[in-house]
Design a protein around this ligand. Structure first.
Ligand code: NDP
Length: 497
């Protein structure tokens, strides 16, 4: 939660504990001039950081990883205070962030460093080199739901690629952002390669429209992503956008139903459902539908808000969750909970079956601990329904048949699919993460995540002149052209069918 102070100059805002309403910290509202100054400092830092080279950056980032690990409890406790999530869940997200930081630091040179590529037969006299150079200053605009893991998916990869970072954390979790940057100064005291600016949406807007920003990495809602893109358009600043989702879980006829129910529940309810790749819809094939529902509701009765998961972090979200619960229960069959499950700031689990597919509870991102379950004839119908969404972030398939599961996973609309597990792709640093459609574009994590924060540089070097093949010269004659046509006809002129 956030509370603004009522002064006009030197404005500050408080980050509040969503469970208690108590003040966790007071932070400045950085205006466009303050953002400009931070980006200016970052610009100098970026040159120094790029000059350090891969080995220097790797050593410092691995040290930063160790510092974060040593401060795990302190960070987890602050995440708990600012978001309300249990410290165990906070620990899990920090551990995942650590593994990404480690991977990005170690792999950057291999993925981005100079390497020779084939120059082709027509370029036999050329040496071709490809390398990925840093962009400069990357602006990261982050969300509150995973205030360590999510921004670190951009920050770690942008830094490893040789950029400096200016991070604008969500107004709900500024303290966590500041702590991450403070810890970085222990590993890199020389230059401010990772700075934080705090404030509300307007501070993020100032970052997006700053001409010194080479790229924006945004995580948040689709509507805000569009506003950020509009701001970026003025300077032709590219963006990578990680937006929300309405992820589906498909249960096949031969799935382990206990495991599927367990995964559906954790995917939907953990972090109070405030997970961009959380499970929001479940499609179950007819033959196992009733048994799956028994497994699901039986387990769900053991889960309580305020015990296994925390409060709704953003107070404004409660109205959306309430609206979706009302819509779902009006059109479907309520299996667990209902409108009475909302007891602010907590929301107990809500499961509703047979909600019409055009209900907002099925089409819009709820970002709360709710699940809609639907009976389908077979996995083809499940897939068609899962894919009929404006969003396309991630999904899950539970099946006893690996071939069918892989086939469904490939055809599922979205950037990531987990099979017989939930959200498991997020913990594998080598796997890129990102969506399609309203879920955004571009990728963080993995080699693609490193390349997202670098620009390819192509260099062709002539090693020797090809005798009789001076093609890019006004001295070229007809004989050379004839030889070229002969060669290209030999190489490419034969039809195979
Ligand atoms: P927003 O998209 O509004 O905010 C995301 C980030 O963008 C925050 O840091 C926010 O700052 C910043 N921001 C807001 N306005 C601007 C702007 N005009 N220019 C630049 N930056 C801006 O998400 P909310 O936190 O309000 O959550 C709303 C919905 O977004 C949720 O209900 C959920 O559906 C979705 N969401 C998805 C997430 C995901 O992981 N994909 C994460 C979080 C939310 P500030 O917080 O200071 O306003």
């Amino acid at each position: 939660m956030t509370r603004m102070t009522a002064t006009t100059e030197n404005r500050t805002f408080d980050s509040l504990n969503p469970a208690t309403g108590g003040t966790v910290g007071t932070h400045p509202v950085h205006d466009a001039a303050a953002v400009r100054a931070a980006v200016g400092r970052a610009s100098e830092a970026a040159s120094w950081w790029a000059e350090l080279g891969y080995a220097g950056r790797r050593a410092r980032l691995l040290d930063y990883k160790a510092v974060i690990t040593q401060n795990l409890k302190r960070i987890a406790s602050l995440v708990h205070e600012e978001t309300g999530k249990p410290e165990g869940d906070a620990t899990l997200e920090i551990v995942l962030a650590i593994t990404h930081l480690d991977w990005a630091a170690r792999r950057a040179q291999r993925v981005l460093g100079p390497h020779r590529v084939a120059s082709g037969l027509l370029g036999v006299n050329l040496a071709a080199t490809l390398e990925y150079q840093p962009l400069g200053v990357v602006g990261v605009i982050g969300p509150w739901n995973y205030p360590v893991f999510t921004p670190m998916g951009s920050i770690a990869y942008a830094l490893a690629a040789g950029n400096a970072v200016v991070f604008k954390p969500s107004e709900l979790t500024p303290g966590v952002g500041l702590l991450l940057a403070e810890l970085m100064r222990e590993s890199v005291p020389e230059q401010p390669v990772f700075q934080v600016v705090t404030g509300l949406g307007e501070t993020g807007a100032a970052l997006a429209s700053d001409p010194g920003i080479a790229k924006i990495a945004f995580t948040g809602s689709t509507a805000t992503a569009k506003r950020v893109m509009t701001a970026c358009a003025a300077n032709l600043t590219p963006i990578v956008a990680e937006c929300g989702g309405k992820d589906a879980l498909i249960v096949d006829v031969d799935a382990d139903l206990g495991a599927a129910a367990d995964a559906a529940l954790w995917g939907a309810l953990s972090n109070a459902g405030q997970t961009c790749v959380g499970v929001e819809r479940v499609y179950v094939v007819d033959a196992v539908y009733d048994e799956f529902l028994r497994e699901l509701t039986g387990r769900a009765r053991q889960v309580k808000a305020g015990e296994q998961y925390g409060p709704i972090t953003m107070p404004g979200q409660l109205a959306i969750i309430e609206r979706h619960i009302d819509a779902a229960t009006a059109g479907g069959r309520t299996l667990l909970g209902g409108p009475e499950s909302v007891r602010a700031p907590y929301v107990d689990p809500v499961i509703v079956a047979d909600v019409p597919e055009d209900s907002p509870a099925v089409t819009e991102e709820t970002f709360g601990p709710t699940i809609t379950v639907k009976r389908v004839a077979d996995t083809e119908e499940a897939l068609a329904k899962a894919n009929a969404s404006a969003y396309g972030l991630a999904g899950t398939v539970f099946s006893g048949n690996t071939r069918r599961a892989m086939d469904l996973a490939r055809r599922m609309r979205g950037g990531m699919t987990a099979i017989n597990s939930v959200i498991s792709f997020a913990g594998i640093p080598a796997l890129p993460f990102g969506g399609v459609g309203d879920s955004g574009f571009g990728r963080i994590h993995g080699a693609d995540g490193l390349r997202e924060f670098a620009r390819p540089k192509s260099i062709s070097r002539q090693r020797f002149a090809l005798p009789g093949m001076k093609l890019t010269s006004f001295g070229r004659g007809q004989a050379e052209l004839d030889r070229l046509v002969k060669l290209v006809t030999f190489l490419h002129g034969r039809r195979k069918h």
